[in-house]
Design a binder for this molecule. Sequence first.
Ligand SMILES: NC(=O)c1ccc[n+]([C@@H]2O[C@H](COP(=O)([O-])OP(=O)(O)OC[C@H]3O[C@@H](n4cnc5c(N)ncnc54)[C@H](O)[C@@H]3O)[C@@H](O)[C@H]2O)c1
Length: 286
Amino acid sequence: MQDFKGKTAVITGAASGIGEALAHEAANRGMNVVLADIEAPRLADVEAALRDKGAEVLSVVTDTSSKDAVFALADAAFERFGNVHFLANNAGVAGAKGGTAWSTDDAEWDWVMGVNWKGVRYGVQAFVPRMIEAGEEGAIVSTSSIMGLNTGTTSPYNISKHAVARFMEGLYYDLQMEAPKLQAILLCPGPIATEIVKSTRNRPDGVPVEEEGSLGHRGEVFHNWLQEEGMTPEEVSGMVFAAAEDGSFYVHTHPEYVTASFLRRVKGVTSEDKLPLPLPKDFIEG
Ligand SMILES: NC(=O)c1ccc[n+]([C@@H]2O[C@H](COP(=O)([O-])OP(=O)(O)OC[C@H]3O[C@@H](n4cnc5c(N)ncnc54)[C@H](O)[C@@H]3O)[C@@H](O)[C@H]2O)c1
Protein backbone atom coordinates (compact mmCIF):
# COMPACT_ATOMS: atom_id res chain seq x y z
CA MET A 1 0.00 0.00 0.00
CA GLN A 2 1.63 3.24 -1.11
CA ASP A 3 -1.00 5.97 -0.96
CA PHE A 4 -2.48 6.99 2.36
CA LYS A 5 -3.57 10.60 1.79
CA GLY A 6 -7.35 10.92 1.58
CA LYS A 7 -7.80 7.21 2.33
CA THR A 8 -9.56 5.84 5.41
CA ALA A 9 -8.16 4.01 8.43
CA VAL A 10 -10.23 2.17 11.04
CA ILE A 11 -8.46 1.43 14.31
CA THR A 12 -9.82 -0.56 17.24
CA GLY A 13 -8.39 -0.02 20.69
CA ALA A 14 -7.72 3.53 19.50
CA ALA A 15 -8.16 5.26 22.86
CA SER A 16 -4.78 4.21 24.25
CA GLY A 17 -1.32 2.83 23.55
CA ILE A 18 -0.56 1.26 20.18
CA GLY A 19 -4.02 2.03 18.75
CA GLU A 20 -3.79 5.68 19.70
CA ALA A 21 -0.35 5.91 18.07
CA LEU A 22 -1.65 4.19 14.91
CA ALA A 23 -4.48 6.75 14.80
CA HIS A 24 -2.02 9.65 15.02
CA GLU A 25 0.22 8.11 12.37
CA ALA A 26 -2.79 7.70 10.06
CA ALA A 27 -3.80 11.31 10.63
CA ASN A 28 -0.22 12.50 10.06
CA ARG A 29 -0.37 10.77 6.68
CA GLY A 30 -3.54 12.66 5.74
CA MET A 31 -5.95 9.76 6.26
CA ASN A 32 -9.54 9.95 7.49
CA VAL A 33 -9.59 8.12 10.79
CA VAL A 34 -12.32 6.00 12.37
CA LEU A 35 -11.58 5.45 16.06
CA ALA A 36 -13.16 2.54 17.92
CA ASP A 37 -12.78 1.70 21.60
CA ILE A 38 -14.81 0.62 24.60
CA GLU A 39 -13.56 3.57 26.70
CA ALA A 40 -15.69 6.55 25.66
CA PRO A 41 -13.98 9.39 27.60
CA ARG A 42 -10.47 8.51 26.39
CA LEU A 43 -11.78 8.02 22.88
CA ALA A 44 -13.17 11.55 22.95
CA ASP A 45 -9.74 12.89 23.98
CA VAL A 46 -8.04 11.13 21.07
CA GLU A 47 -10.72 12.38 18.69
CA ALA A 48 -10.13 15.96 19.85
CA ALA A 49 -6.35 15.61 19.43
CA LEU A 50 -6.76 14.32 15.86
CA ARG A 51 -9.22 17.06 14.98
CA ASP A 52 -6.65 19.61 16.20
CA LYS A 53 -4.33 18.16 13.57
CA GLY A 54 -6.98 18.78 10.93
CA ALA A 55 -7.96 15.14 10.43
CA GLU A 56 -11.45 13.99 9.47
CA VAL A 57 -12.44 11.78 12.40
CA LEU A 58 -15.33 9.53 13.31
CA SER A 59 -15.46 7.92 16.77
CA VAL A 60 -17.58 4.89 17.46
CA VAL A 61 -17.74 3.47 20.97
CA THR A 62 -17.36 -0.24 20.26
CA ASP A 63 -16.98 -3.45 22.20
CA THR A 64 -15.01 -5.56 19.74
CA SER A 65 -16.09 -8.78 21.45
CA SER A 66 -19.59 -8.11 20.10
CA LYS A 67 -20.18 -9.15 16.49
CA ASP A 68 -23.11 -6.74 16.19
CA ALA A 69 -20.97 -3.87 17.48
CA VAL A 70 -18.14 -4.56 15.01
CA PHE A 71 -20.59 -4.81 12.10
CA ALA A 72 -22.19 -1.53 13.25
CA LEU A 73 -18.71 0.00 13.28
CA ALA A 74 -18.19 -1.12 9.68
CA ASP A 75 -21.57 0.29 8.65
CA ALA A 76 -20.68 3.64 10.22
CA ALA A 77 -17.22 3.76 8.62
CA PHE A 78 -18.38 2.86 5.09
CA GLU A 79 -21.37 5.19 5.33
CA ARG A 80 -19.23 8.15 6.37
CA PHE A 81 -16.17 7.66 4.18
CA GLY A 82 -17.27 5.38 1.32
CA ASN A 83 -14.44 2.86 1.69
CA VAL A 84 -11.93 1.60 4.23
CA HIS A 85 -8.30 1.12 3.16
CA PHE A 86 -6.49 0.36 6.39
CA LEU A 87 -8.06 -1.75 9.14
CA ALA A 88 -6.23 -2.26 12.43
CA ASN A 89 -7.77 -4.99 14.61
CA ASN A 90 -5.80 -3.89 17.62
CA ALA A 91 -8.05 -3.79 20.73
CA GLY A 92 -6.79 -6.24 23.32
CA VAL A 93 -6.79 -7.10 27.01
CA ALA A 94 -4.16 -8.87 29.10
CA GLY A 95 -6.57 -10.83 31.29
CA ALA A 96 -7.22 -10.69 35.01
CA LYS A 97 -6.24 -13.47 37.36
CA GLY A 98 -5.20 -16.30 35.09
CA GLY A 99 -4.42 -19.71 36.51
CA THR A 100 -3.81 -23.18 35.18
CA ALA A 101 -5.55 -24.88 32.25
CA TRP A 102 -8.13 -26.25 34.65
CA SER A 103 -8.54 -23.40 37.10
CA THR A 104 -8.80 -20.23 35.02
CA ASP A 105 -12.30 -18.88 35.36
CA ASP A 106 -14.65 -19.33 32.39
CA ALA A 107 -15.62 -15.67 32.56
CA GLU A 108 -11.96 -14.71 32.06
CA TRP A 109 -11.58 -17.10 29.10
CA ASP A 110 -14.71 -15.67 27.48
CA TRP A 111 -13.61 -12.08 28.03
CA VAL A 112 -10.04 -12.43 26.76
CA MET A 113 -10.89 -14.70 23.82
CA GLY A 114 -13.85 -12.44 23.02
CA VAL A 115 -11.84 -9.23 22.74
CA ASN A 116 -8.48 -10.55 21.52
CA TRP A 117 -9.53 -13.32 19.16
CA LYS A 118 -13.21 -12.96 18.23
CA GLY A 119 -12.75 -9.19 17.89
CA VAL A 120 -10.10 -9.78 15.21
CA ARG A 121 -12.26 -12.33 13.42
CA TYR A 122 -15.32 -10.07 13.49
CA GLY A 123 -13.21 -7.22 12.09
CA VAL A 124 -12.17 -9.34 9.13
CA GLN A 125 -15.73 -10.62 8.60
CA ALA A 126 -17.27 -7.14 8.78
CA PHE A 127 -14.76 -5.16 6.73
CA VAL A 128 -12.92 -7.38 4.26
CA PRO A 129 -15.84 -8.32 1.97
CA ARG A 130 -16.66 -4.61 1.55
CA MET A 131 -13.00 -3.72 1.03
CA ILE A 132 -12.77 -6.42 -1.65
CA GLU A 133 -15.93 -5.16 -3.32
CA ALA A 134 -14.51 -1.62 -3.46
CA GLY A 135 -11.57 -3.00 -5.46
CA GLU A 136 -8.94 -0.62 -4.07
CA GLU A 137 -5.55 -1.23 -2.45
CA GLY A 138 -5.60 -1.75 1.28
CA ALA A 139 -4.14 -3.40 4.36
CA ILE A 140 -5.54 -5.36 7.30
CA VAL A 141 -3.30 -5.44 10.35
CA SER A 142 -4.09 -7.46 13.47
CA THR A 143 -2.21 -7.21 16.73
CA SER A 144 -0.93 -10.49 18.14
CA SER A 145 2.13 -10.57 20.41
CA ILE A 146 5.46 -12.29 20.84
CA MET A 147 3.31 -14.60 22.98
CA GLY A 148 1.39 -15.55 19.83
CA LEU A 149 4.49 -17.28 18.46
CA ASN A 150 5.92 -18.53 21.71
CA THR A 151 5.23 -21.63 23.75
CA GLY A 152 4.34 -21.58 27.43
CA THR A 153 1.53 -21.93 29.90
CA THR A 154 -2.19 -21.68 29.24
CA SER A 155 -3.00 -18.06 29.93
CA PRO A 156 -6.05 -17.04 27.87
CA TYR A 157 -3.90 -14.16 26.57
CA ASN A 158 -1.31 -16.51 25.09
CA ILE A 159 -3.92 -18.75 23.53
CA SER A 160 -5.83 -15.79 22.05
CA LYS A 161 -2.67 -14.37 20.52
CA HIS A 162 -1.80 -17.74 18.96
CA ALA A 163 -5.26 -17.79 17.38
CA VAL A 164 -4.71 -14.31 15.95
CA ALA A 165 -1.31 -15.22 14.49
CA ARG A 166 -2.56 -18.37 12.77
CA PHE A 167 -5.76 -16.66 11.58
CA MET A 168 -3.75 -13.86 9.99
CA GLU A 169 -1.37 -16.31 8.31
CA GLY A 170 -4.49 -17.88 6.80
CA LEU A 171 -5.83 -14.49 5.78
CA TYR A 172 -2.53 -13.76 4.04
CA TYR A 173 -3.04 -16.78 1.75
CA ASP A 174 -6.78 -16.16 1.29
CA LEU A 175 -6.07 -12.61 0.12
CA GLN A 176 -3.28 -13.69 -2.21
CA MET A 177 -5.69 -16.08 -3.90
CA GLU A 178 -8.87 -14.01 -3.87
CA ALA A 179 -8.02 -10.34 -3.40
CA PRO A 180 -4.34 -9.54 -4.04
CA LYS A 181 -4.89 -5.78 -3.78
CA LEU A 182 -5.38 -6.29 -0.05
CA GLN A 183 -2.48 -7.09 2.22
CA ALA A 184 -2.44 -8.86 5.59
CA ILE A 185 -0.07 -7.73 8.33
CA LEU A 186 0.62 -9.50 11.63
CA LEU A 187 1.91 -7.25 14.39
CA CYS A 188 3.78 -9.17 17.10
CA PRO A 189 4.85 -6.62 19.71
CA GLY A 190 7.25 -7.32 22.53
CA PRO A 191 7.20 -5.02 25.57
CA ILE A 192 5.54 -1.69 24.70
CA ALA A 193 4.96 1.21 27.13
CA THR A 194 1.15 1.19 27.24
CA GLU A 195 -1.71 0.56 29.67
CA ILE A 196 -2.09 -3.13 28.73
CA VAL A 197 -1.30 -4.47 32.21
CA LYS A 198 -4.17 -2.39 33.58
CA SER A 199 -6.73 -3.84 31.20
CA THR A 200 -8.91 -5.17 34.01
CA ARG A 201 -10.30 -1.61 33.93
CA ASN A 202 -12.41 -2.79 30.98
CA ARG A 203 -13.41 -6.23 32.26
CA PRO A 204 -17.07 -7.23 32.20
CA ASP A 205 -18.98 -8.08 35.37
CA GLY A 206 -18.16 -11.51 36.69
CA VAL A 207 -14.47 -11.65 35.74
CA PRO A 208 -12.58 -12.27 39.00
CA VAL A 209 -9.48 -10.25 39.83
CA GLU A 210 -6.72 -10.88 42.34
CA GLU A 211 -7.46 -7.82 44.41
CA GLU A 212 -10.46 -5.59 43.72
CA GLY A 213 -9.42 -2.14 42.50
CA SER A 214 -5.73 -2.99 42.35
CA LEU A 215 -3.36 -4.67 40.00
CA GLY A 216 -1.68 -6.48 42.83
CA HIS A 217 2.09 -6.26 43.40
CA ARG A 218 3.16 -8.34 40.40
CA GLY A 219 1.01 -6.35 37.99
CA GLU A 220 2.21 -3.02 39.33
CA VAL A 221 5.85 -4.10 38.96
CA PHE A 222 5.26 -5.28 35.38
CA HIS A 223 3.36 -2.09 34.50
CA ASN A 224 6.19 0.10 35.82
CA TRP A 225 8.79 -2.02 34.02
CA LEU A 226 6.87 -1.62 30.74
CA GLN A 227 6.79 2.18 31.14
CA GLU A 228 10.56 2.26 31.74
CA GLU A 229 11.81 -0.42 29.37
CA GLY A 230 9.08 -0.75 26.75
CA MET A 231 9.30 0.59 23.24
CA THR A 232 7.13 3.65 22.60
CA PRO A 233 3.80 3.05 20.84
CA GLU A 234 4.85 5.68 18.27
CA GLU A 235 7.82 3.53 17.20
CA VAL A 236 5.45 0.60 16.78
CA SER A 237 2.99 2.54 14.63
CA GLY A 238 5.85 3.68 12.40
CA MET A 239 6.84 0.03 11.88
CA VAL A 240 3.28 -0.96 10.98
CA PHE A 241 2.92 1.73 8.32
CA ALA A 242 6.38 0.87 6.97
CA ALA A 243 5.19 -2.75 6.59
CA ALA A 244 2.11 -1.56 4.71
CA GLU A 245 4.43 0.34 2.37
CA ASP A 246 6.92 -2.44 1.77
CA GLY A 247 4.47 -5.36 1.74
CA SER A 248 5.82 -7.16 4.83
CA PHE A 249 3.56 -9.58 6.69
CA TYR A 250 5.32 -10.04 10.05
CA VAL A 251 6.09 -6.95 12.11
CA HIS A 252 8.42 -7.71 15.01
CA THR A 253 9.19 -4.92 17.45
CA HIS A 254 11.66 -7.12 19.34
CA PRO A 255 12.98 -9.69 16.86
CA GLU A 256 15.51 -10.95 19.39
CA TYR A 257 12.70 -12.23 21.63
CA VAL A 258 10.87 -13.85 18.74
CA THR A 259 13.86 -15.65 17.30
CA ALA A 260 14.93 -17.12 20.64
CA SER A 261 11.44 -18.19 21.67
CA PHE A 262 10.39 -19.41 18.26
CA LEU A 263 13.51 -21.52 17.80
CA ARG A 264 12.89 -22.94 21.23
CA ARG A 265 9.39 -23.94 20.19
CA VAL A 266 10.62 -25.50 16.94
CA LYS A 267 13.27 -27.39 18.87
CA GLY A 268 10.64 -28.76 21.23
CA VAL A 269 8.27 -29.77 18.44
CA THR A 270 10.98 -31.54 16.48
CA SER A 271 12.99 -32.95 19.40
CA GLU A 272 13.79 -36.64 19.44
CA ASP A 273 12.25 -37.13 22.88
CA LYS A 274 8.95 -35.77 21.52
CA LEU A 275 8.37 -33.45 24.49
CA PRO A 276 8.14 -29.68 24.78
CA LEU A 277 11.39 -28.21 26.09
CA PRO A 278 11.42 -27.35 29.81
CA LEU A 279 10.41 -23.73 30.46
CA PRO A 280 13.37 -21.42 30.95
CA LYS A 281 13.73 -19.97 34.46
CA ASP A 282 13.18 -16.40 33.28
CA PHE A 283 10.16 -17.33 31.19
CA ILE A 284 7.90 -14.31 30.74
CA GLU A 285 4.23 -15.00 31.32
CA GLY A 286 1.73 -13.43 28.92
N1 LIG B 1 1.90 -3.33 25.43
C1 LIG B 1 2.50 -4.47 25.19
O1 LIG B 1 3.58 -4.77 25.76
C2 LIG B 1 1.92 -5.43 24.17
C3 LIG B 1 2.69 -6.54 23.78
C4 LIG B 1 2.14 -7.43 22.86
C5 LIG B 1 0.88 -7.20 22.33
N2 LIG B 1 0.15 -6.11 22.72
C6 LIG B 1 -1.18 -5.92 22.14
O2 LIG B 1 -1.31 -4.61 21.61
C7 LIG B 1 -2.70 -4.29 21.51
C8 LIG B 1 -2.92 -2.88 22.01
O3 LIG B 1 -2.73 -2.85 23.42
P1 LIG B 1 -1.87 -1.72 24.14
O4 LIG B 1 -0.61 -2.35 24.56
O5 LIG B 1 -1.84 -0.49 23.34
O6 LIG B 1 -2.73 -1.55 25.51
P2 LIG B 1 -3.72 -0.38 25.99
O7 LIG B 1 -4.44 -0.94 27.16
O8 LIG B 1 -2.96 0.87 26.16
O9 LIG B 1 -4.73 -0.22 24.75
C9 LIG B 1 -5.71 -1.20 24.47
C10 LIG B 1 -7.00 -0.51 24.08
O10 LIG B 1 -8.01 -1.52 23.81
C11 LIG B 1 -9.22 -1.06 24.38
N3 LIG B 1 -10.16 -2.16 24.62
C12 LIG B 1 -10.14 -3.06 25.64
N4 LIG B 1 -11.20 -3.87 25.56
C13 LIG B 1 -11.92 -3.49 24.47
C14 LIG B 1 -13.10 -3.95 23.87
N5 LIG B 1 -13.81 -4.96 24.38
N6 LIG B 1 -13.53 -3.32 22.75
C15 LIG B 1 -12.85 -2.27 22.24
N7 LIG B 1 -11.73 -1.78 22.77
C16 LIG B 1 -11.25 -2.39 23.87
C17 LIG B 1 -8.81 -0.35 25.65
O11 LIG B 1 -9.82 0.51 26.14
C18 LIG B 1 -7.55 0.37 25.20
O12 LIG B 1 -7.85 1.66 24.72
C19 LIG B 1 -3.44 -5.37 22.29
O13 LIG B 1 -4.02 -6.30 21.39
C20 LIG B 1 -2.35 -6.02 23.10
O14 LIG B 1 -2.64 -7.35 23.44
C21 LIG B 1 0.64 -5.22 23.63
